[in-house]
Design a protein around this ligand. Structure first.
Ligand code: BMA
Length: 316
């Protein structure tokens, strides 16, 4: 039995595993939860950051509009399933992740610069007024994911150094900072090991603290004759030295299979950017972009994921 170290979240979106299913992660039956209809002039709304907020939930969403500009918008929800999105741009860029550190909402995302993307960082006390910090890294990098607390007195950030295009490689690194401004002490975390992730890997949602270590979902990319396939994998890293991987599943836990994952602007993409966790029940709700077109939701439990990782542990 693994335990989530964190707050209870009794209103976490949830559905029981469907009868007969033995998959480690199961999809919400009413997927997708957000489509382009949620924002005027949206071409697609997909990779989403979601967090508990007051009595409900708040989120930051990637919107590509009909000019194909990419930007972030804020949203609110009572139940984590039905969302009201704002009609205005928070920041240009994409692939947001959000977490709460010492009462402050911290946003990281892929922010444009004149010479490639960097990791933007912004903070807010109320999810309304945001203060943009210095960008965390030199271009080019993507998949910037903050840890939800300081570790050893320092903020921690996963990044994925890359090129200006649809990067045909990718490894996850971790950097540390005393103040969310100056980042250093860079450490290698993972590179592709298995076929399903053989092209590149990148960090996913905010890591979930458990008694076994940091439970980190990530995406892994396979290049087939039809292009990239983005699937969801998982690993556990050390609680005190979070760049050290203790356990890692040799297989994906969810891969594109449903129509909303296999058909869309970029087919065959399941791209996770947020995970809600309930420390009381061990339930986890995972938000992921489907085919770069919609937001989808899936469920699992900490026990289920940790069991799968241990049963098929690449680190053994
Ligand atoms: C990555 C990012 C994601 C996207 C994925 C699949 O490089 O651009 O936003 O979901 O590719 O196209």
């Amino acid at each position: 039995m693994a335990t989530i170290i964190g707050k209870p979240l009794p209103n976490i979106p949830w559905q029981d595993r469907p009868a007969g299913s033995c998959e480690p992660i199961w999809r919400y039956t009413e997927n997708p939860v957000i489509t382009r209809a949620a924002v005027k002039d949206a071409n697609s709304i997909f990779n989403a950051a979601v967090i508990p907020f007051r009595d409900g939930f708040a989120g930051v969403f990637r919107v590509d509009d009909v000019t194909r500009s990419q930007y972030l918008v804020l949203g609110k929800s009572d139940d984590g399933i039905h969302w009201q999105l704002e009609d205005k741009t928070l920041y240009p860029g994409y692939d947001p992740r959000v977490c709460e550190i010492d009462g402050l909402y911290c946003l990281s995302w892929v922010a444009p610069t004149p010479t490639g993307t960097t990791i933007g960082i912004a903070v807010s006390e109320d999810f309304e007024h945001w203060e943009r910090k210095e960008d965390a890294v030199l271009p080019v990098s993507r998949n910037g994911v903050l840890f939800p607390r300081k570790v050893g007195g320092e903020y921690c950030l996963f990044t994925r150094p890359c090129d200006k295009g649809h990067t045909p490689y990718g490894e996850v690194y971790l950097s540390r900072s005393p103040d969310l401004t100056y980042w250093g002490k860079h450490r290698f975390v993972i590179k592709p090991e298995q076929i399903w992730e053989s092209t590149k890997v990148g960090a996913g949602p905010t890591p979930i603290e458990t008694d076994e270590g940091w439970l980190c979902f990530y995406h892994g990319v396979l290049t087939s004759c039809n292009g990239f396939t983005y699937s969801i994998g998982a690993m556990i890293t050390d609680r005190d030295e979070p760049w050290k991987v203790l356990h890692r599943a040799d297989r994906y836990l969810l891969a594109p299979r449903e129509l909303y994952e296999t058909v869309g602007d970029v087919p065959n993409v399941a791209f996770p950017c947020a995970a809600l966790a309930d420390a009381d029940t061990g339930r986890i709700a995972l938000y992921y972009g489907g085919a770069d077109t919609v937001v989808a939701l899936a469920f699992t439990t900490v026990d289920e994921v940790v069991k799968t990782i241990h049963e098929h542990d690449l680190m053994k």
